[in-house]
Ligand binder design. Sequence first.
Ligand code: UDP
Length: 241
Amino acid sequence: MDILGLRIDDIDMEEALKKAYDAIIIKDNFKYIFTPNAEICMAALKDKRLMTALNSSYMNIPDGEGVILASKILKTPLKEKVPGCVFVQNLLNLKKSFSVYLLGASEESVIKAKENIFKKYPHISISGYRNGYFVKDDVEGIIDDINTAQPDVIIIGLGAPQQELFIYDNRNRIKSGLAIGVGGTIDILSGYAKRAPEFFCKYKLEWLYRLAKQPKRFKRMLSIPAFLIKCKIHVMKKKKD
Ligand code: UDP
């Protein structure tokens, strides 16, 4: 479906996993998946390149209650929320053998994530890793490392919109594999960050938990209601026409 010009795939978790696994086994050209939440959607409305990047993906999964709410406001409700971090963990948990390259988070976090994957998902092999703190001059070396490792899946957690733009800008240089832009998921895999407890998820309050954990996100999170208001205005304008 289309949310103010941004393509979001109307898929549930099972369908998203199947589509991702299909790409892993087909192994033709480089593909990428994004996990847009309302914050990224709002950012894309202000940044044409980000919008183009998002719309060029193999799949955009609806990550977050804000996107679901937006789809309801636009009267084209999406099936369900597919949180990016759960999607990645479920993909690793498919009990299928494939190789993974981790790019993102701090050095300690990415090493711990690699160790945890090794213990928890023994059918997965890690073909390489790199922390997410680098400068422009390092990019070529990182791409070379990924191309030498030839991973099936590249988990990229550099925060938004850096990860989306990194993937888009390098889409013709990365030779193969399925990249997934995952925000803070490497920190969840390492145990350095926790997903919101069940209570918050049940009452659709994950944003509140995140805000309590990282109060400096407040300003950024204002883009969520701003995005919903934009959707509402869009519907009202359409009604008028
Ligand atoms: N990060 C990174 N390089 C940077 C900035 C951030 O690797 O230059 C990592 C950071 O360590 C964290 C993730 O990106 O693991 C950002 O997580 P967050 O949940 O804040 O993602 P967002 O909501 O920004 O997509």
